[in-house]
Design a protein around this ligand. Structure first.
Ligand SMILES: NC(=O)c1ccc[n+]([C@@H]2O[C@H](COP(=O)([O-])OP(=O)(O)OC[C@H]3O[C@@H](n4cnc5c(N)ncnc54)[C@H](O)[C@@H]3O)[C@@H](O)[C@H]2O)c1
Length: 246
């Protein structure tokens, strides 16, 4: 998908993996809107910032409208996400429904919100020579397949994203819109910075090769490949250095 003079929305684009995607899409010529709950202090490279909680219809529509004002919306990359670590059987009480629901809302419903409103905006785009009108990339996690103790809500939310990809790609095929997801292993971002350094080192050691955490640019590079390669559709691509969490 040629993104030159087209527009794109990146949810969660103010930090981590999303921020790296913003730069990648800009390098491909796209006008990028960052849809995030916080602006943060990172350099957004001239991308427009729209304050957006991904669980809100109105806020997501506002971000998409801001992108469309700059060119046809041709890429939507949903990176916004949160993680919690809570056991089902906690020390004093069962895991709260509020905790489970919040993670599902942001990670799963938020991704669906971006997917549905982007698809609606893309459906009337002028198709390219391959019939493409847009590309939507969602962010899952290897926790969708190998969730750890404490990750029931997070894994459920990411598993839901994996489950959405194929039916979404099938439906949107006739609209010329591709849908794919990336399931990262362990990437060095502010989300992971909350984990103590010794634990980070242990996590890195567990990766067969390369024995390190992933770099956000490597995630962005995969997004770039999905944009470039029209045959990638309806799939969740693992990006994990062969890591299989045990
Ligand atoms: N870092 C990893 O190792 C890793 C591994 C697997 C999956 N992921 C996934 O990658 C995505 C990006 O994570 P990251 O590591 O870059 O984390 P990050 O914390 O650096 O970035 C997440 C961004 O999402 C934003 N956000 C949070 N809630 C939001 C909401 N309700 N509406 C809009 N924006 C919201 C945050 O403000 C932040 O800018 C997440 O979906 C995460 O689950 C990360």
């Amino acid at each position: 998908m040629d993104l030159d003079a087209k527009s794109a929305v990146v949810t969660g684009g103010a930090s981590g993996l999303g921020l790296s995607v913003v730069k990648k899409l800009q390098a491909k010529g796209a006008k990028v809107v960052v849809a995030d709950v916080q602006r943060g202090s990172n350099d957004l490279g001239g991308a427009e910032f729209v304050e957006c909680d991904v669980t809100s219809h109105e806020a997501m529509q506002k971000a998409i409208d801001a992108a469309v004002a700059q060119g046809p919306l041709s890429a939507m990359v949903c990176c916004a996400g949160i993680g919690t670590a809570n056991k089902i059987v906690g020390r004093d009480a069962p895991q709260s429904l509020e905790d489970f629901n919040r993670v599902l809302q942001v990670n799963l419903l938020g991704s669906f919100n971006g997917l549905r409103l982007a698809a609606w905006a893309m459906k009337d785009n002028e198709p390219d020579e391959d019939g493409q009108r847009g590309v939507i990339v969602l962010t899952a996690s290897i926790a969708a397949f190998e969730g750890q103790v404490g990750q029931v809500a997070y894994s459920a939310s990411k598993g839901g994203i994996v489950g959405m990809v194929l039916p979404a790609a099938r439906e949107l095929a006739k609209r010329g819109v591709r849908v794919a997801a990336i399931a990262p292993g362990i990437f060095d971002t502010p989300m992971l910075a909350k984990v103590p350094e010794n634990v980070r080192q242990e996590l890195a050691k567990g990766v067969p090769f390369p024995k390190r955490l992933g770099k956000p640019e490597e995630f962005a590079s995969m997004v770039g490949t999905i944009m470039d390669n029209t045959m990638i559709n309806g799939i969740t691509l693992r990006l994990d250095g062969a890591l299989r969490m045990v």
